[in-house]
Design a protein around this ligand. Structure first.
Ligand code: MN
Ligand code: MN
Length: 283
């Protein structure tokens, strides 16, 4: 496994040699299908830079990153104009990481980058389940005629795993048909207690956690392309995430940070902290 592109920063504490790391961070600076405001291609490095302002220790989880071996692989170099080539490149990179018995941490980038990662995971974990945090359901069959978009990514994932292996949290925006679909298929959860109950049914099943950061309220996370008022506080998100402590998380990603929409830089810190908390869940 080669380091892909040299970066001005690496994520704090990500100093395990790649051969020894259990978890590998991969930057996915892609925003090719953003429907409203682009800019997520600048997300991964903004997260890395902001991470240095955080501690390795989380008092909320009483766990420290010092006890996890993780590396930062840098950003994938992606041919922006060619969506198919971008998705192939990401899928092959995820396959490479899984083949080496490591776990994927995706730094977005827009949400479509999750699809090729799930494809790679399903080869290794055919019974993979997905927990999806987002303001948006991302369940459209197509968006402006496009089947592959950050507005359709969960639909494409459902095509692969079926609705019974998907749980969705924080969704508050979308056409009525998406909400009807989520209600019919019981994918949408409204309280952490519900999540705990549903996770009991998935005991020992491998889980991929995908966090579209716009699940957070724009007051705490304005740095994103499609902000949606009425979202979670950071503490709400921590409470939801803590339900996953006993789960078998085999990979995760955090997406849709678009740093230029937040001149304060707080969104970058929030994104880095979400990644720290998700990684600590696996300890
Ligand atoms: Mn979203
Ligand atoms: Mn999304």
């Amino acid at each position: 496994m080669n380091h892909l592109a040299s970066q001005p920063y690496q994520f704090m504490g990500a100093d395990s040699p790649i051969e020894e790391a259990q978890w590998v961070m991969v930057g996915l600076p892609y925003d090719g299908t953003c429907s409203y405001r682009p800019g997520t291609r600048f997300g991964p490095n903004a997260i890395r830079e902001a991470s240095w302002g955080l501690e390795l220790y989380s008092p909320f989880l009483d766990k420290s990153l010092e006890n996890i071996r993780y590396a930062d692989w840098g950003d994938l170099e992606l041919p922006f104009g060619n969506r198919e080539a971008v998705l192939t490149r990401i899928r092959e990179s995820a396959e490479d990481i899984l083949k080496n018995q490591k776990h994927w941490i995706g730094l977005g980038g827009e949400h479509l980058v999750t699809l090729p990662v799930i494809e790679a995971y399903l080869k290794k974990y055919p019974d993979l389940c997905v927990v999806h945090f987002d303001a948006h359901a991302d369940l459209r069959e197509d968006y402006l005629g496009e089947r592959f978009s950050h507005a359709t990514v969960m639909r494409r994932i459902v095509d692969l795993i079926g609705p019974s292996r998907l749980l969705q949290i924080g969704i508050r925006s979308g056409p009525k048909s998406e909400f009807e679909w989520m209600n019919q298929n019981r994918t949408l959860l409204s309280a952490p207690s519900e999540l705990k109950k549903r996770l009991d049914d998935w005991k020992d099943r491998p889980i991929f956690l995908t966090v579209d950061l716009d699940v957070l309220d724009p007051s705490i996370f304005p740095g994103t392309g499609t902000p949606e008022p009425g979202g979670m506080s950071f503490l709400d998100l921590q409470n939801w995430l803590s339900c996953l402590q006993q789960s078998h998380i085999v990979g995760f990603d955090a997406l849709e940070l678009s740093p230029h929409y937040d001149p304060s830089g707080v969104s970058n810190i929030v994104a880095a902290k979400v990644i720290r908390e998700c990684l600590l869940l696996t300890l």
